[in-house]
Design a protein around this ligand. Sequence first.
Ligand code: ADP
Ligand code: MG
Length: 249
Amino acid sequence: RSDDRAVLRTDGVTKRFGGLTAVDDVNVTVNEGEIVGLIGPNGAGKSTLFNCITGTLQADEGSVYLQGQDVTGWPEYKIARAGLGRMFQETRIFGDMTVEKNLLLAAQEGGSEVSSLLRRPDESLQARAQELLEYVDLGGLAKTRAGRLSFGQQKLIEFAMELMAEPDVLLMDEPAGGINPSMLENLIEYIRTANEDEEATIFLIEHNMDFVMEIADRIYVLAHGERIAEGTPEEIQNDQRVLDAYLGR
Ligand code: ADP
Ligand code: MG
């Protein structure tokens, strides 16, 4: 694979907490248009690697590149502005605002002109908000107070909010967590559609194996902070090192 398509790349990222090496010399690459999974047993270092990429934590060693630009050591907000989106496990929706206003707020960077945006929203932004709501089958809820939606619906709204900002790559930490099993297939379809139509590039951590195997083009596996495997879902499912890591051997 050529590196020109690399939207995100880590080079030897290492993060220690006291005597524990939570992330150990990890290289990952996410290419434009891909859905890449990150899996591994509990405590493997997945969230810590994400935190090093987003600038939430500073890596002790190694570098992070976004669109080829070295963003190592940049503050979180600046990395976000440079094109890195992140969807959190806990929701950050304003419950008192309408769904649409939440999306309009998510579209804008830096927090300036918020009030004017809400008073006189840009028509093209409004159209985009509606389009994204329709992606997640919530087109009819634009004017509903976001706090009235179910947890699963709020997750979908949050996904739409992230897409509003048009990130170059979107990091998702366990998107399927807490989602009703009957909604999982829908979530897979929405993420897939966004990937295909919106050309959203996605890097996701997921516990649910069925989910990640179905959705990812490629998967990285961490265990004890180390990258122990990389490959297609099929390759990963048949990799003895991966099976051993999950069985704790
Ligand atoms: P995962 O997301 O794969 O479950 P984490 O990245 O959350 O794993 O954690 C990796 C390891 O680092 C674990 O042993 C965890 O206890 C430890 N760890 C994570 N964050 C901190 C922290 N802020 N301080 C100390 N240890 C941490
Ligand atoms: Mg985690």
